[in-house]
Design a protein around this ligand. Structure first.
Ligand code: PEP
Ligand code: MN
Length: 353
């Protein structure tokens, strides 16, 4: 349930009401929006009567029932307002959210060696990316495929962060590695294959860093939002949802089916920021630019694009990786669409070579 307070409600009254809800065994969560304060109520609310709650205080404007199984992730829980994820990178504060410029994340699938990760970081930064992505721990279909360099790759990411000033996004596969990853990552990625690893979700829910939650390859939107709910319910309010393509019946021409319709759907269901990953979504570098542009036109808040200095030699996901040069020209193409929707950092010419 959500309790919408009237504009100008005294702080002491909001606290008094929250204490009252706590004494009923509920968990009240105060959400301060631009216009109003809302108290989200989590717990056994099924038997509560909205009119009875209304009578607790003359400062209560409205009591609404959240109909969705996910509560904290629902748009209603924040009374329709979008949330945003703020990250302090060495290059400055980056905000991912509906009312902010589009944030681009770029980098290789895997961190392979120092030279390639530092070079990629510098090049994607020069082209306008705000985050460097790169896997230290890789979820591979085959146990014989390259599994990532693990801890030593985390050190290389730290180095790339230091040199480029970019924020770092890297994946956690095993909760045992979380602490080490948290030391280096500005945003922790939970990959598609772990979207419903509920014990991992609870653990990243207790982490101090924001979480990028990729959509499971066969996850419905409700499955995905329930997974986000695990993280939010464990205390971490900073979650970004990343669409990376789902399995459909044809994988001959695209690796996955990039579901761009999630952008307007998520926008109506949740307050959480949205990222689109056209690299895993299509599986082919040639298809990435058009889908990246379409994602911006559809209203995404951010993009994740795989970039490798030499895609034909990449240890993972080479076919879908752009060269740094192609990425740079793509950023200029994206600037046109980004400006058309009023969400591109100004001026776009800053990205011209
Ligand atoms: C990745 O980002 O490299 C990755 C493995 O992604 P996903 O979990 O979407 O397959
Ligand atoms: Mn990859």
């Amino acid at each position: 349930m959500i309790v919408v307070m009237k504009v100008g409600s005294p702080e002491a009254e909001i606290n008094r009401i929250s204490d009252e809800f706590s004494s009923w065994g509920l968990t009240p969560e105060k959400i301060v929006g631009t216009h109003k304060v809302v108290i989200g109520l989590v717990g056994e609310t099924a038997d509560l009567d909205a009119r009875q709650i209304q009578e607790i205080s003359p400062w209560i404007e409205q009591v609404l029932r959240v109909e969705k199984p996910y509560k904290r992730a629902s748009r209603q829980f924040r009374h329709g307002e979008a949330s945003e994820v703020t990250v302090e990178t060495p290059n400055g504060r980056v905000i991912i959210g509906e009312h902010h410029p589009i944030v681009v994340v770029a980098g290789p699938c895997s961190v392979e060696n120092e030279e390639m990760i530092v070079e990629t970081a510098q090049k994607v930064k020069a082209a306008g990316a705000k985050f460097l992505r790169g896997g230290a721990y890789k979820p591979r279909t085959s146990p014989y495929a390259f599994q990532g360099h693990g801890e030593s790759a985390l050190e290389l990411l730290a180095k790339a962060r230091e040199v480029s000033g970019l924020g770092i996004i890297t994946e956690v596969m095993d909760a045992a590695d979380l602490e080490k990853i948290e030391e280096v990552a500005d945003v922790i990625q939970v990959g598609a294959r772990n979207m419903q690893n509920f014990s991992l979700l609870k653990k990243v829910g207790r982490a101090s860093k924001p979480v990028l939650l990729k959509r499971g390859m066969a996850a419905t939107i409700d499955d995905w939002l329930m997974a986000a709910e695990y993280i939010l319910a464990s205390g971490n309010p900073n979650v970004i949802l990343c669409e990376r393509g789902i399995r459909t019946f044809d994988n001959q021409y695209t690796r996955n089916t990039l579901d761009l319709s999630v952008v307007p759907v998520l926008r109506s269901l949740t307050h959480l920021p949205i990222m689109i990953d056209p690299s895993h979504g299509t599986g082919w570098a040639t298809h990435v630019p058009s889908m990246a542009m379409a994602a911006i036109a559809a209203g995404t808040d951010s993009l994740m694009i795989e970039v490798h200095p030499n895609p034909t030699k990449a240890l993972s996901d080479g076919p879908q990786s752009l060269t740094p040069e192609r990425f740079e020209s793509l950023m200029q193409e994206l600037a046109v669409i980004g400006q058309a929707v009023g969400r591109w950092p100004q001026p776009a010419v800053a990205f011209a070579s």
